[in-house]
Design a protein around this ligand. Structure first.
Ligand SMILES: [Zn+2]
Length: 469
């Protein structure tokens, strides 16, 4: 039996408009084909920020503005990986963002898929060597996503001098991704293709020790990025806010069409239709396009820091990173907010939609700074989290042709219809968590290993940076 839908006529306007418009795909094409990667520090990044601002103004949003974010940016240089013995051979490679410049020689230690327990067990083998590991996200059947930054961090803490990240997908070349820690990492990190990784493994098997020379020429320096903000102000008597957001920067080697642009244009599309059909809701609806997510969630972290005294007003932050890619399900994943589940299930019924409502949290997109600050958060993504990996994501093949209009429409309508409901709900069932409650939540068996790792790495960097002066 279906629930009565109190928003039926607005739903019809929203869905009808989005499904008879190509605006989302038009915007995606401009972002990717005209502005390129939009990576932090590029001309395309600045143009994309201006584009979002102009679009939000055109759609009739209020208080549209850019908020600058100061951060340590990174510019790619040439990278060279040369096998120096037992043979001589140059292997094509790219640096990973926030890799420091280096010129080093060393021996490769193959850590396979990089299981955390192997970094503990084989710590002695790692010291003074170049760690090679793949981009497999569930090494040895791990139930959680073992992120590149964790493999790099564990290599670093075990005393590695270099880090070689091997894509586990054939045919996509090297996969990129940041290895920094709110700035430059401490050892060089590069990426190579699956096929070149396999070559090195065969060489090690046949000949034993493989020596390499690794030269990276990247540099890190202070830069400015921008978060783009616009809103539909709520009624006078309410100071409550519902937020939708997605980052707009991609990786410099890519168009970043799926990750993140498919989500960013869906945020924009939701803003367009809500402004057109329901410009004034009981609560404010705020839209955020975040800068520099790919190198450390820097835009959203900056926002949470700059707006610390307003965070208790946020009913919910809905993250839409990559929300309009075909492979990303249009489910709702709440970041451990069981008391919100029945709302989303009721809305699902009245919206006559089919999506799952899941509960989990990971640390690798813009919801996380909000989550850590106790704000109720969740995202549009698959409820069954795939542990296959990113596919062509983070490679040069994440291009416009991979994104389809239907997925953009699904993400945009879902976001707009949920924002309508979140901003209209009479009493909101949850309030912001205390810091203690956030930490307790992460101290559960599911999250503990990763939380402990992050704390160790923070301490390691603090000590290392102290010594660097
Ligand atoms: Zn992303």
């Amino acid at each position: 039996m279906s629930h009565q839908n109190p928003f039926l006529s607005t739903d019809q306007q929203i869905v009808g408009d989005i499904y008879t418009s190509t605006e989302a795909m038009d915007n995606l094409t401009i972002l990717c084909d005209d502005f390129g990667s939009r990576f932090g520090g590029t001309e395309g990044e600045r143009r994309a920020a201006e584009f979002f601002k102009a679009k939000l103004e055109e759609y009739g949003l209020s208080n549209v503005h850019l908020e600058p974010v100061e951060y340590i940016g990174w510019t790619r240089g040439e990278a060279k990986l040369e096998i120096t013995s037992p043979i001589r051979k140059v292997i094509p490679c790219i640096s990973l963002p926030h890799s420091p410049p280096a010129d080093l020689e060393g021996v490769i230690v193959d850590m396979g898929d990089g299981a955390p327990q192997d970094f503990h067990r084989r710590a002695d083998e790692i010291k003074g060597k170049m760690v090679m590991t793949t981009s497999v996200v569930s090494p040895k059947g791990s139930k959680r996503w073992i992120h590149r930054s964790e493999k790099y961090g564990r290599s670093l803490m075990a005393g590695a001098i270099g880090f070689i990240f091997v894509n586990h997908y054939p045919g996509y070349g090297p996969a990129t991704g940041s290895v920094g820690h709110s700035g430059e990492g401490l050892i060089p990190g590069i990426s190579i293709s699956k096929e070149d990784g396999a070559f090195i493994q065969r060489l090690m098997k046949r000949e034993g020790e493989v020596n390499i020379r690794l030269v990276t020429t990247d540099h890190s320096q202070p830069m400015t990025s921008w978060n783009v903000i616009g809103e539909l102000p709520g009624r006078q008597d309410s100071d409550q806010v519902v937020m939708l957001g997605c980052h707009y920067d991609g990786h410099d080697i890519s168009q970043g069409a799926g990750d993140p642009a498919s989500g960013a244009v869906s945020v924009l599309e939701a803003a367009r239709v809500l402004a057109k059909y329901v410009p004034t809701l009981p609560c404010t609806v705020r839209f955020a396009l975040w800068g520099v997510e790919e190198i450390g969630l820097l835009g959203s972290k900056g926002y949470v820091k700059a707006h610390a005294d307003e965070l208790s007003d946020i009913r919910f932050y809905l993250n839409m990173d990559s929300a309009g890619t075909q492979s990303n399900g249009r489910d709702i994943v709440l970041n451990e907010w069981p008391d919100l589940e029945s709302c989303f299930e009721r809305w699902r019924e009245e919206m006559a939609l089919e999506f799952a409502v899941g509960q989990s949290v990971h640390a690798f997109s813009d919801h996380f700074p909000f989550f850590m600050a106790g704000v109720p958060t969740g995202g549009i993504e698959s409820a069954e989290r795939s542990l296959a990996g990113r596919g062509y994501g983070h490679t040069r093949y994440d291009t416009v042709d991979k994104v389809d209009l239907t997925s953009l429409r699904e993400a945009s309508t879902l976001a707009a219809r949920l924002a309508l409901r979140m901003a209209s709900e009479g009493t909101w069932p949850v309030t912001r968590r205390e810091e203690k409650a956030v930490l307790e939540l992460l101290d559960s068996p599911e999250y503990r290993e990763e939380k402990e790792f992050r704390e160790q790495l923070d301490a390691f960097y603090e000590e290392a940076r102290k010594q660097q002066g």
